[in-house]
Design a protein around this ligand. Structure first.
Ligand SMILES: [Zn+2]
Length: 169
């Protein structure tokens, strides 16, 4: 409760005076009665263990992100949509990225934002191909860099061609 019972009682009585339903000289008695009523309500509330009024002191129940990642889907905690994996593009719709999304919902940094089957499949591939057994030489790494660069350039070119083709239509 953000207000004390006495403050609430005072406000209620003042409201009655302002509404002219209560003569000012009866204020004291009304205040005592209202306060007693509120105390009784409070005691009842405490006994029931339930709070009808939303309180500012209570933090919202943490969202259980574990439930959002199942075998076949990952559910966006921002909008409830289901995916095979949460894309950067989708998170951007919420003004988030992988990092801020994890922070917002208390997800560990190492948790992949993807359905479990996808994650386990990736782990399987890594286990099978054992990339650490093929330690690349420096030259090989350079070659790979060049190849990736070329592929990226090619992809950009294709995207540009697609974009301009689209505008041309
Ligand atoms: Zn979403």
């Amino acid at each position: 409760m953000s207000q004390t019972l006495l403050e609430m009682a005072k406000d209620l009585v003042l409201a009655q005076i302002q509404a002219k339903t209560l003569p000012p000289d009866e204020m004291h008695q009304a205040l005592q009665q209202t306060y007693a009523s509120l105390q009784a309500l409070k005691a009842q509330e405490d006994a029931n263990g339930s709070v009808a009024v939303a309180t500012s002191e209570m933090p919202p129940a943490p969202i259980n992100w574990r439930k959002s990642i199942t075998k076949h889907t990952v559910t966006c905690l921002g909008c409830g949509a289901s995916f095979k994996q949460l894309s950067v593009r989708h998170l951007k719709d919420h003004g988030l990225d992988g990092r801020s999304y994890r922070i917002k919902y208390g997800i560990p940094r190492t948790q992949p934002l993807a359905a479990k089957e996808i994650t386990s499949h990736r782990q399987e591939v890594v286990q099978r191909t054992k990339p650490w057994e093929k330690a690349p030489t420096f030259v090989k790494a350079q070659e790979e860099k060049q190849r990736v660069k070329a592929a990226v350039a090619q992809r950009k070119k294709t995207a540009r061609a697609k974009a301009s083709g689209h505008h041309g239509r």
